[in-house]
Design a protein around this ligand. Structure first.
Ligand code: FAD
Length: 286
């Protein structure tokens, strides 16, 4: 089935409840090929032109779920939402970026999904289409944390992202050179109007983590009106604060005794997060 509109796609899913929507197929076909999924039918979303672009709406960008990573990586999109463009450019090799979509990245909700920490830091929301023209809006974080799920027959139509007109960064570390899944990733978003810093860490937990105390601490130290730069020690302390919040030390044993230490692999990831957060904030403020 190849519907041409969002409502046709929802209707196709209502007609064939066992059908599964497919956008770029980069995640779905991996599951099919490995025998984990045997969909009775597919509803292709690739011909729905209304969800392949974006539009402006009340200080927000309404991004179609069918936007590919390749499209989001282009300069005009990067001027709009720089961190999401950087995440899109980091998402896999070119073949994957040409086919893989924003909506697929969100619905798969892999811990290593590159767009997810950016959307969490931006506090983006999802516009979901359901049967009979029903629409509902939920924070992306609700879907990623399992607080709310997609109901049967629903399709993610759009992602609403606030346009902050301020620097933002996305940095990703992989375990190897060249394209690869994130070992850790960090998105940093400045919100000068609210004098806020928002940060989200990806790949270290099942969903992106927000180190809220570290965000508030560093936002209180930024000279929002002037040009005084943050001292390198403050940037380093922010990195450590973020990393410790996301990958804390194991709790001390109840009856006393030596506290257990983090295994070396976890320590490595924690140091990586600290470095990414320090650099990400430093670049955003530069
Ligand atoms: C070799 C390889 C490398 C990769 N590297 C990366 C990487 O570095 N970073 C990264 O983030 N990802 C990576 N990925 C994962 C993948 O490319 C992305 O998650 C991509 O964004 C998925 O989008 P898609 O359109 O292909 O989704 P699909 O495969 O089409 O769909 C994925 C899931 O989402 C559902 N779905 C899709 N769109 C919608 C919608 N609008 N509404 C409701 N449900 C929907 C489908 O039913 C399916 O369950 C990689 C994948 C491969 C195969």
């Amino acid at each position: 089935m190849l519907p041409a509109t969002l409502d046709e796609a929802v209707a196709a899913l209502a007609d064939t409840p066992a059908a599964v929507p497919v956008a770029g197929g980069t995640d779905l076909m991996t599951e099919v090929n490995s025998g984990l999924l045997r969909p009775a039918a597919l509803v292709g979303l690739g011909r729905i032109s209304e969800i392949r672009g974006w539009e402006y709406q009340d200080g927000h960008a309404l991004l179609g779920a069918g936007l590919t990573h390749a499209r989001m990586g282009r300069p005009d999109f990067a001027a709009l939402i720089p961190a999401l463009a950087a995440a899109a450019r980091a998402a896999g090799p070119p073949q994957i970026r040409n086919a893989g979509t924003l909506g697929g990245n969100i619905v798969t909700a892999s811990p290593t999904g590159d767009s997810l920490p950016v959307l969490a830091a931006l506090e983006a929301t999802l516009l979901i289409a359901g049967a009979d023209g029903a629409r509902r809006e939920i924070p992306v974080s609700h879907l990623l944390t399992g607080m709310e799920m997609l109901r049967p027959g629903e399709i993610v139509g759009y992602v609403r992202v606030p346009l902050l007109h301020a620097p933002q960064t996305f940095l990703k570390a992989t375990g190897r050179t060249g394209p690869g899944r994130a070992l850790a990733s960090v998105a940093v978003v400045l919100d000068p109007a609210r004098r806020g810093v928002r940060c989200a860490v990806g790949a270290v937990a099942p969903m992106p983590l927000r180190p809220l105390e570290a965000e508030q601490w560093v936002a209180s130290l930024i000279d929002w009106d002037g040009r005084r730069a943050l001292a390198p020690e403050v940037l380093a302390a922010f990195g450590d604060y973020v990393a410790m919040a996301c990958i804390p030390d194991p709790p001390a044993p109840e009856g006393g005794g030596a506290a257990p230490v983090l295994p070396p692999a976890a320590l490595h990831v924690r140091r990586t997060v600290a470095t990414l957060a320090r650099r990400g904030l430093g670049r955003a403020l530069a």
